[in-house]
Design a protein around this ligand. Structure first.
Ligand code: C2E
Ligand code: CA
Ligand code: CA
Length: 664
């Protein structure tokens, strides 16, 4: 279209048009409201609306001051009625700006209002100047001087008030000066001509000041905008997890607090999710694979959540979600199970295919907690309990947990103050070879008699010791005592000792164990160290170093509670295992439960395939024993032979004839 038009216009006309554009373009731009920057328009609108009252006050006070001087000499319509007209018009304008002073207009509305102001600046300037000059013939020299003063001072006042809208300032300045300069030059009075030149010069200077000031104003607006953008971006980034793009820990807690404040009586759930088997993946394949795994986990979680769920990554392999208007507990658990199931599906990453699982703990307001803090803590506790009893699934905080939390607190309190050397001792439970009836080893089991709490079972105090970091010193006391006992047993009776995650996840822990063994005088080949799959999951690489060290000393390594964990066999294969211990849960009612039967059978086959010996734990009855014999079980530990006993009873137990041992 442009091409067609330009083709039809003669070249000389085009040059003229260009010239006109180059002359009038800048003038037009100077006199119109800019189209560009919406932030600037809004800022102009904001500042201008606050200066409008001042401007109209100047105009009206000055106009009435002039009018009063002319009341007696000029006709009433000119000296009274016209100023009343100005007052009304200005009043209406003032009112409309007054109403708009607190509104945040759209850029379009701001532009429209400012354009109207441009127009009005022109109309008002022409009318005021015209009116003042119309009074001129009625006044004497003093009054005429008064008119010149009125036009000059009012014009300058208006220009100053319009400084955030330079286009209107220019329009007003041109309109006022045009009338003033022409009129006063024509009067032929030298003093008036001088005033006209004076006003014109001051107006030009003032317009230059306005232009510079406006440039600063526009600069400040754009700098503020940039600052806002940067701080908004910073705020966004500060609330996002950079790896997965999910909200981060800070955002999660802020969101939880917000939800809690706005929630009222509605049910609100918090879920904490922890991955099982993430650490080994990280250690085995490297951090890059670990990172891509977390990204994929984030995607799966995000895909499963609905409008009322908010999911965040708290850090490491821990995620959290809130569920607003939470459904019934069964639906909540079903959501949890869907998430766990999604995480069990293998992850096909560019570098490797990996399999992990995840456990979730939920707590629900109002029935399980009544503050945001408690909701989080209790969801975390449900997760902790769930991981112990039903790893890889969803668990709900139960009221019985309140009692357990209290009990844990009491245990923790007593444990921190305990004299471990005095209060902790070791009991021993025989591991028997059922083909010969001979006791091949004893498993050392911790016993704590607290002066405050009495006897506390290890199932209760070991987790507390692990959580509070007391397990290190405790293991050292236990191992020293157990080794001291073993040193008094016949050489062909071994000692099996339990290690915790923390014992093998730091090099100091591992070195202390080795030092203990070497200082005991017990042949390391008589020792087995029992570890669980979960102990390996914490820091696989470091745990493997510790285990390799013990293996190098000649100790055996037994995988405890086998069958309850979720490690993949390939990971277990990376460990120098010598033994596995089949968990008691598969042995109980082995004779009645076909599922248990199958599991034990396959675990026995597996251990034999892997060339490992296998201890079957928790055998209590003759019936269970009979089944184990038919399955070809060899090493058995359980109440069937003996409960754990104090050291003093060990010698007597070993002296018993082989057949009598089996009778317990
Ligand atoms: P664990 O290592 O699986 O130990 C076997 C547990 O099963 C012992 O419980 C033992 O008394 C019990 N048990 C053995 N035979 C039977 C049976 O026929 N029936 C039944 N119902 N139970 C049987 P205990 O002594 O209460 O220890 C519980 C857990 O505490 C241990 O499980 C182990 O995980 C931990 N633990 C015990 N002593 C230590 C220790 O010195 N260090 C560490 N790190 N953990 C320990
Ligand atoms: Ca054990
Ligand atoms: Ca066990």
């Amino acid at each position: 279209m442009v091409g067609v038009l330009s083709g039809t216009i003669p070249a000389s006309n085009q040059t003229a048009a260009r010239m006109l554009r180059s002359i009038f373009g800048p003038i037009y731009r100077q006199l119109s409201v800019s189209d560009g920057n919406p932030d600037l328009l809004k800022a102009q609108f904001g500042v201008f609306s606050s200066q409008v009252p001042l401007m109209y006050s100047i105009v009206l006070i000055n106009a009435w001051a002039l009018a009063m001087n002319f009341v007696t000499v000029a006709p009433a319509w000119l000296a009274i009625h016209v100023p009343i007209g100005f007052t009304l018009i200005c009043g209406v304008r003032l009112l409309s700006w007054w109403r708009a002073r607190h509104t945040a207009p759209t850029p379009e509305a701001a532009r429209k209002a400012l354009r109207q102001t441009n127009l009005f600046a022109f109309v008002l300037s022409v009318m005021l100047t015209g009116w003042a000059l119309a009074l001129f013939p009625y006044g004497n020299a003093y009054l005429q001087g008064n008119i010149a003063f009125f036009i000059g001072i009012t014009g300058l006042g208006v220009i100053i008030c319009l400084q955030q809208l330079p286009s209107a300032a220019f329009i007003a300045a041109i309109a006022i000066n045009a009338g003033f300069v022409t009129w006063f030059s024509l009067t032929g009075v030298a003093a008036f001509a001088g005033m006209a030149v004076n006003l014109a010069l001051v107006s030009i200077a003032l317009l230059m000041v306005v232009t510079v000031q406006f440039r600063y104003f526009a600069g400040a607006v754009s700098a503020r905008r940039k600052l806002e953008t940067v701080s908004q971006e910073n705020l966004r980034l500060a609330n996002l997890d950079s790896l997965t793009g999910l909200p981060n820990r800070r955002q999660f807690f802020a969101h939880l607090d917000e939800m809690f404040a706005a929630n009222g009586e509605r049910r609100l759930a918090v879920g904490i999710l922890d991955l099982d088997g993430f650490k080994p993946v990280n250690d085995l394949y490297g951090h890059k694979v670990g990172d891509s795994l977390l990204v994929e986990v984030g995607k799966r979680l995000a895909a499963l959540t609905e409008d009322n769920t908010h999911i965040a990554r708290l850090g490491g392999d821990e995620f959290a979600l809130t569920v607003a208007d939470c459904p019934g507990n069964e639906d909540l658990l079903a959501l949890g199970e869907r998430i766990c199931a999604a995480l069990r599906d293998p992850f096909v990453l560019a570098e490797a295919n990996v399999q992990i699982s995840g456990s979730i703990g939920f707590a629900v307001y109002p029935e399980m907690a009544d503050s945001a803090h408690d909701l989080y803590e209790r969801a975390d506790y449900a997760l902790y309990q769930g991981k112990r009893s039903n790893r890889g699934h969803a668990a709900l905080f139960a009221n019985s947990h309140v009692v357990e939390i209290e009990k844990d607190k009491r245990i923790e309190h007593a444990l921190v103050q305990a004299d471990l050397e005095q209060e902790i001792e070791v009991h021993f439970q025989p591991i028997v070879d059922i083909r010969t009836g001979r006791t091949i080893a004893f498993e050392a089991l911790a016993r704590w008699t607290s002066p405050v709490l009495g006897n506390v079972p290890p199932g209760q105090f070991i987790p507390v010791a692990e959580r509070t970091g007391l397990i290190g010193p405790m293991t050292r006391v236990l191992l020293r005592k157990a080794l001291a006992s073993a040193s008094r047993w016949p050489d062909d009776v071994g000692l099996s000792f339990n290690l915790s995650t923390h014992d093998i996840s730091t090099s100091e822990g591992a070195v202390a164990i080795v030092a203990n063994i070497l200082g005991s005088g017990v042949d390391p080949r008589r020792l087995d160290f029992e570890i669980t799959e979960t102990a390996m999951m914490y820091d696989f690489a470091q745990a493997k170093i510790a285990i390799d060290m013990l293996k190098a000393l000649g100790c055996g390594i037994a995988l405890d509670d086998f069958g309850t964990g979720y490690s993949s066999l390939s990971q277990l294969h990376a460990l120098p295992l010598t033994k596995i211990k089949i968990d008691r849960s598969f042995v109980t009612d082995l004779n009645k439960n076909p599922a248990s039967f199958k599991i034990v059978k396959s675990l026995l086959a597996l251990s034999s395939d892997m060339g490992l010996s296998c201890v079957i734990e928790g055998v209590e009855t003759e019936e269970e024993m009979a089944v184990l014999r038919t399955l070809g079980g060899e090493l058995v530990q359980g109440y069937f032979y003996s409960r754990p006993m104090p050291e003093i009873d060990v010698a007597g137990f070993l002296r018993q004839p082989v057949e009598a041992q089996a009778a317990g």
